[in-house]
Design a protein around this ligand. Sequence first.
Ligand code: HEC
Ligand code: HEC
Length: 315
Amino acid sequence: MPKIDKGHSGLTSAILATIGLGVGIAVLALVVIQSPTIRDDAPAAATAEYGEQILRNTAAALGPNQADPDKRFSGTNMACASCHLDTGTEPGTLSLLQASARYPRFSGRDGHEGDLRDRINGCMQRSMNGSPLPRNSLEMIAMETYILSLGDQFAAMGETRRSPNEPPGFAEPDRAASVEAGQIVYEERCEVCHGVEGEGLQATGNINDGYLFPPLWGPDSFNNGAGMTRLLTAARFIKARMPLGDADLSDDQAYDVAAYVNSHPRPQKSNLEVDYPDKALKPVDSPYPPYADPFSREQHRLGPFGPIREFYRNR
Ligand code: HEC
Ligand code: HEC
């Protein structure tokens, strides 16, 4: 069974420097890339180390071009670590350090309680545009073992290391987001890495090695049922983390550029109408219908969200 050799994989080091040239042009100062090595001899075990490798080199482990067709669970060549930065070890936005403590819990989207494996499969089917891993597969148990180990790591961390190294949290503007204003932010601050067409940049000539800069839209990005398609989820992430190494956007810029990113086509997930069996539990920024309120799909996509919250408060 192929196994990924720890320590020879993915983006192992990226030192990003930026210079403030008026609008601010991000310059990639030094990027060291090493590509994953697939070994046939290593025994596969559901260790935390193997789980960490899967989160980092998801395309190699589970991607659509994996040599073993039975392991092609992901529909994209992105990695879990494309969103869960540093395989979830960074405190703050989309950190996985405390994830294990949150499960099992009720999911409004699924309409029932789910455990950590169900939650991982939620990201598999949406963020990774793929299909659910069998609950007892080696890869699933390895990822779970890894995320559980992060909980121990968090408990052992000192107070200073627990506090996120991020700008102040995103504060939602009281207006509809502007796709046009977002395009300007994109061209000035994002395009340099994520590409003119949001297509990203592959790590190597082999797509199994995944991306240096992951795609933000298009056929190899997250699908339309993913959390990142929600304006507020995307804006929070972008404000906290992007541009990578130089996260200095204003709330307005993060809000508008999130709308711009999500105004483009991406893979479509089927049966989204069954999400949130109780439609009143649907987040205000869920971009797909049906809704239990009279607001337009456009307003759910772009805001303003205050009036929608007000409607549910008064019910
Ligand atoms: C496109 C971005 C993206 C990718 C790629 C992605 N996720 Fe997620 N993930 C999210 C978002 C957004 C959430 C929801 C966070 C929230 O509810 O606050 C989430 C939540 C989670 C959670 C629950 C965290 C918690 O504290 O409740 C786990 C576990 C998780 N993801 C694991 C994975 C794994 C494993 C992969 C790869 C197989 C993956 N994710 C890929 C965006 C992503
Ligand atoms: C210096 C390069 C760089 C710049 C500039 C940059 N990003 Fe990223 N972005 C990355 C990398 C690299 C990742 C994946 C995280 C990782 O590998 O550590 C990422 C991940 C993302 C993701 C989650 C993964 C995905 O593919 O959807 C989003 C959303 C995102 N960036 C949006 C933006 C936006 C919006 C801007 C502009 C405001 C921006 N980024 C600017 C490098 C960059």
